[in-house]
Design a protein around this ligand. Sequence first.
Ligand code: PLP
Length: 411
Amino acid sequence: MMYELENKNSSVDKEYLIGLTQKYGTPLYVYDSCKIKKQYIKMKNAFSGIKNLIINYACKANTNLNILKFLQKLGSGLDTVSIQEVELGLKAGFHPKKIIFTPNCVSIQEIKKAVDFGVRINLDNLSILEKFGEFYPDYAVGIRINPHIMAGGNSKISVGHVDSKFGISYYQIPHIKRILKNTGLKIEGFHMHTGSDISNIKSFLEGAKILFQTAMDFPNLDYIDFGSGFKVPYKKNDIKTDLYSLSFSITRKFEEFCKNYGNQITLIFEPGKFIVSESGYFLVSVNVIKHTTSTVFAGVDSGFNHLIRPMFYDAYHCIENISNPNGHFHFYTVVGYICESDTFGLNRKVQEIREGDILCIKNAGAYCFSMSSNYNSRYRPSEVMIFNGKDFLIRKRETMQDLLRNIIEIL
Ligand SMILES: *Cc1c(COP(=O)(O)O)cnc(C)c1O
């Protein structure tokens, strides 16, 4: 089924964003729900050739409850990696069977809680599989397979290679079978997730082949889950995952698999970044301009406590001076106020920056707020969602009370 893309252009422009900073202050995260919906529909449409398709939003990218609710209303399922994310998903209104819990190295106690909540569970460890089978032989689970594929834009986010801590090696299938036989446990699906930022669809297809081969040996599966890693552009002319050529190959191969398998099972994708990255704008104020012997720094009222991807992954986030859109371009190194190296953008060509200007850091919807911290005892920023053409505060800026909330004074 094809969905209509909303024709209405998103209302997010520079003046509008500046207006939001006047209303809510900086630093400020802004999410455009129109863009989230567009991305969700884009993915549905790209894979519309697949009869039973499920899209599970990987919520660790952005767990604001309003974003979860918004995606729930669009029909999305949810991919979760902690019991807390499971609880947030339930709170947002997701039916337990629309939530998949894919933990790694968590305790059996945490997995038992997921059973109590009735969500789908995806295990990636033989010892846990065995324990689980002993406790709950009637609770069918998924298995995360490690297909031994090196994929992803950065070694930190490549999670499907041979020495990765994720998944059960597909060479250990005989061991999985033995555990199933010993415990009576049933498998309802197979899963892989080889890493974020895959721009080469070959790795998807290699992984798919391994999952199909594995699945052939297990009758009565409900689903095959191909995880995610869909790359979005972070700058002009940046590479991105070509959804249509991926869909072209996967759809054909999946149909072929279902025919051989003798059952039309469900195909699942779990995009996080693809759904929310481009919906987000991070707005910061320029505190100081500082000339050194070699560099012009623009120092802003934020840092890696609020947006860590550049420091953590060497990620590139586009930076624009929305206060001076027609200014001459100069080179700046945009840095934060954290007392440590804290660079948002090195040697960037930006419209002339003056103290007091508002800079807009793009692609701030995924893995930005959700990875933020209170380092340097700074407050986490507020978040605003643009919904039905209006702006809504969806998270208050923290205060000193938040920093002290769990402190127990003993002196
Ligand atoms: C993080 C994660 C995803 C989402 O990855 P993106 O690159 O954000 O799309 C999907 N599945 C699992 C199991 C994950 O851990």
